[in-house]
Design a protein around this ligand. Structure first.
Ligand SMILES: [Zn+2]
Length: 69
């Protein structure tokens, strides 16, 4: 099974996930993840709001994490 262009959410099927969404998957779920979830589905999964996830992304970026842009 090979990755097609772009990544899509395994739950809702949203396509072309952003680098930040993918970074969050790797950072919070599995660094070696090959299946990803979009921001909305991640928020559901962690039972937080998308705003809180966006704040997390900013935190990781502030730490200089290269998974985020
Ligand atoms: Zn989704």
């Amino acid at each position: 099974m090979k990755l097609t262009k772009g990544c899509k959410c395994q739950i809702c099927g949203k396509e072309n996930l952003s680098k930040n969404e993918i970074g969050l998957n790797k950072k919070m779920l599995n660094p070696k993840a090959t299946q990803f979830y979009c921001l909305d589905c991640l928020a559901d999964y962690f039972e937080v709001t998308t705003e809180e996830l966006l704040a997390k992304i900013e935190e990781f970026k502030a730490e200089g994490c290269k998974l985020f842009s």
